[in-house]
Design a protein around this ligand. Structure first.
Ligand SMILES: Cc1cc2nc3c(=O)[nH]c(=O)nc-3n(C[C@H](O)[C@H](O)[C@H](O)COP(=O)(O)OP(=O)(O)OC[C@H]3O[C@@H](n4cnc5c(N)ncnc54)[C@H](O)[C@@H]3O)c2cc1C
Length: 488
């Protein structure tokens, strides 16, 4: 093939990029392109942390591509117009892209593909974003899984190919680069009307690799034991990198396998394999718990792929007609701003506002607090998370919110409500995490730091708010209104 456009979207890296590697193999010239879609920027769930991370990842990608002599063409506009226009003006034979499974992207890609067809330009898409494509990881009868555990069991039986090296891209003729046009990647999200207030993870392929190496070397083999304690910083922080593809899931999977010195197929219960030594078994248990989280990501992408309606509607049909009580804006604002008077909830929401990231356990605690103590519709919290998270991802965020509000795929045979106080005592036992994010409470000893309203005068002297809702009353209402639906 002569010229192939590689359209970057959620795959902002050169290493192990399936569609890019195929383009480099099959074409004489690869023209890398990214299109900033104004509809995504105008969506009500967009936020500065995600856009900042994206722009930085793009600048870093552009610098890496400059070194190869095939510079990134950065365009702004509707992809269904820009991609065919560019293909036409360069005389491209094909456009390559890695599949993005979100409903918006699938609809957009269908339009781009149709427009390209009219120009007689081929559209070639590749599975890349997940270790196992969602169409493949289905039940024997071809139906999708709706429960995590059997999905994970099946998922483990698939081979996971090793990562591909960085491709060699041919240097582009300067006249072709000029004809492609495009402009510079914006220097900051503020240029796009989204000023950044949080301090976020730097977005780049190099930083992703650094994160992975540091995690594997120092934390992987303690992951199962420590991952639930927000104060220990024991998780990988790879989520924004997986969201924007500055690292591939295969790079993570195989790096973990190397580190524990065992074939990860050993995690596949259907393959007997060699018996493991006690030390290997221990390593596999710790690392296996991390891989389980990687599988959760794949599960929620598969749920979104097979049930795209979850973007707006509850996954559980039983909840479709349910009318959530009218949300009190003061409650939602207190939750969003970390001023509820419940220290663990406030610490988590302040961590989110300041860093664009929140620990997984606290995402569950805060989501349950909003939906099952304040009785606020999960879609309101889901949107606020998307606006504030650097890793905001429609599949994982929607999955997490629906799981937490019991409208989703949680298979527990009981109605789950996390009590913020017991969660706080269990997972932040010495209160260090609370003190780090809620300075008003810094001088309070444990256990008072977890429930400062036990001494209202002392709490008020710290300048910390009184609880804005009554936890016991909220819980009772949740049990009355939601629990019967949740359990059918
Ligand atoms: C209400 C709620 C909202 C969430 N919103 C998002 C979101 O928008 N984007 C997002 O990436 N994750 C989301 N999660 C999942 C999870 O909280 C984050 O992936 C995790 O905290 C990221 O930190 P980490 O990279 O250090 O995770 P690690 O513990 O190091 O896990 C490794 C990777 O596994 C994946 N992962 C881990 N836990 C989950 C999970 N429960 N569901 C799906 N994938 C998981 C992530 O890609 C993560 O980077 C949400 C969870 C809840 C309960």
């Amino acid at each position: 093939m002569g010229i192939v456009l590689h359209w970057f979207r959620r795959d902002l890296r050169l290493a192990d990029n399936t569609a890019l590697a195929a383009a480099a193999r099959d074409a004489d010239h690869v023209v890398p392109v990214f299109v900033l879609d104004p509809r995504i920027l105008a969506a009500d769930d967009i936020g500065a942390p995600r856009v900042s991370f994206l722009l930085e990842a793009l600048r870093s990608l552009a610098a890496d591509l400059d070194k190869t002599g095939a510079p990134l063409v950065f365009l702004r506009g509707d992809p269904e117009k820009e991609i065919p226009r560019l293909a036409r003006s360069l005389g491209a034979d094909a456009v390559h892209a890695n599949v993005d499974y979100s409903p918006y992207s699938r609809a957009r890609d269908a339009r781009v593909r149709e427009a390209l067809g009219k120009e007689r330009v081929a559209w070639r898409e590749f599975h890349d974003q997940l270790l196992v494509a969602p169409e493949l990881c289905v039940k024997d009868d071809g139906l999708p899984y709706t429960v995590f555990t059997p999905f994970a069991r099946r998922w483990r039986t698939f081979e996971k190919r090793p990562p591909l090296p960085r491709p060699r891209l041919a240097r582009l003729d300067p006249s072709l680069v000029t004809r492609a046009g495009g402009g510079p990647v914006p220097a900051s999200s503020a240029e796009l009307g989204l000023p950044l207030e949080a301090e976020i993870e730097p977005g780049s392929e190099k930083q992703a690799r650094r994160r992975l190496d540091a995690f594997v070397e120092a934390k992987l083999l303690r992951y199962k034991t420590e991952r639930d304690f927000p104060g220990l910083e024991s998780t990988s922080h790879l989520s924004p990198h997986l969201k924007f593809g500055t690292i591939s899931p295969r790079a993570i999977y195989h790096r973990v396998g190397e580190a524990i010195g065992a074939d990860l197929a050993g995690l596949d219960p259907s393959k007997p394999g060699k018996p493991l030594s006690q030390a290997q078994g221990e390593r596999l248990r710790e690392a296996g718990s991390f891989l389980n989280e990687i599988i959760w990501r794949e599960f929620y992408q598969a749920v979104l792929f097979h049930f795209p309606h979850v973007v707006h509607r509850p996954f559980q049909e039983r909840f479709v007609g349910f009318r959530w009580p009218k949300a009190d804006p003061a409650h939602v604002a207190a939750w969003r701003d970390g001023l509820t008077g419940f220290p663990i909830v406030d610490a988590a929401m302040r961590q989110l506002a300041r860093t664009g990231w929140m620990h997984n356990r606290l995402r569950m605690v805060t989501a349950m607090f909003l939906t099952k103590t304040m009785l606020v519709d999960w879609r309101i919290g889901e949107r606020i998370f998307m606006q504030r998270l650097v890793d905001g991802d429609v599949a994982s965020n929607n999955g997490g919110w629906q799981w937490s509000s019991s409208t989703g795929t949680d298979a527990a045979p009981y109605f789950r409500i996390f009590n913020p106080l017991s969660q706080s005592l269990k997972f932040d036992p010495d209160g260090a995490f609370i003190r780090a994010w809620v300075p008003e409470l810094r001088e309070l000893p444990s256990p008072l730091v977890h429930s400062p309203d036990d001494e209202p005068l002392r709490r008020a002297a710290c300048g910390y708010p009184a609880p804005v809702v009554d936890y016991a009353a909220g819980r009772a209402r949740a049990l009355e209104l939601l629990a019967p639906l949740a359990k059918g």
